[in-house]
Ligand binder design. Sequence first.
Ligand code: NAD
Ligand code: MG
Length: 394
Amino acid sequence: MQPVTRRVAVLGATGSIGDSALDVIARHPDRFRATVLSANEKVDDLIELCRRFRPDAAVIADESKFATLRDGLRGAGLATHAHAGTQALSDLAGSDHCDTVIAAIVGAAGLNSTLAAARAGKRILLANKEAVVVAGALLMHEVAAHGAEIVPIDSEHNAIFQCLPHPALGAAARPGVRRLLLTASGGPFRGWDRARLAAVTPEQACAHPNWSMGRKISVDSATLMNKGLEVIEAHWLFAAAPERIEVVVHPQSIVHSLVEYTDGSVLAQLGNPDMRTALAHGLAWPERIEAGVAPLDLTALGRLDFQPPDLTAFPCLDLAFRALRAGPAASTVLNAANEIAVSAFLQRRAAFLAIPDLIAACLDALAAERAESLEELLALDARARQVAEARLAA
Ligand code: NAD
Ligand code: MG
């Protein structure tokens, strides 16, 4: 039987996940067509991708680059329609141009387009974890209400999705499931103490030992906030109570995560650290397709190590658990403060150890806030950014 062709919108096409997604799509021209591509401001890269993939539409989020995009597409003789701005991103994510949306924008900037895809009942390949952290309850509600699908792309959540009984969304609350175990590589500073961490640079923080990723998530991996965001993401995707989520440091990043059952069984998903596995899984699910990933050679690896996380040197993981227990609004504050802190660190306006301090201060200032609707969540996100910027300037 000929497989159905999926029409795929790749939001964040110029990023690390976008690149891996397009690699998998290009391997299967009979199954997938990239119909919508988007970028924030790298307009030349976007035009180049349009030459290769010939999508129906291209969106540049930065509206000042619209004319460059339009003229570039025309000059290349492409029929691809040029669009600009965040509203266009959401409109296209929810449009008939696609049935599948790869949510690979970084940060809360990806929230609106992810929600638009949910409301239009799309299959969402969800890499944009910040959208879940900012508005997990709302997103899961919209997915259920509109018959959308989520296949998590974050490697840990993709692993858990594969190890849980189906339907996997919400399945951690089912009888028989005891715990979700999220693995963490520990990042480039695993084993370091606070004294050594005081002077680390953005270059050191972005040099991840196992994964090649965008700069924001690389810093998050170095602080362990990435794992904190993932704990919150797992809570919403799988309906797992905070006390049933555990983090285990596993330096080799081969075991992507595990599910423990009440009978003592522990199911894990293993593979080489390459995001194309999760993306191919999400694109073809429930089928399996070639992803271009090297087979796992266990005897060459020889050993797999596991250890507890060091919460003294890396307090961000604890801050995320604290926010999760405090209620949904606190996670929105945590994410916004982290985005500001990471950006300041990357611009050398803040030290590495100032990242958790800034987030803790924002949580103290705004933890009692309430926010449920999208408008309230976005307003709280904006306030938390203001509080964080004001503290940085002080
Ligand atoms: P990246 O920085 O490499 O790419 C980000 C993409 O988003 C780019 O295409 C950029 O143009 C676009 N973008 C950035 N800001 C935008 C804005 N304001 N409006 C519209 N578009 C914008 O990041 P990445 O590493 O590909 O990560 C993307 C997302 O996937 C993040 O949420 C990250 O946490 C998640 N993720 C990434 C990996 C990985 O291996 N890279 C693994 C798991 C999860
Ligand atoms: Mg991950």
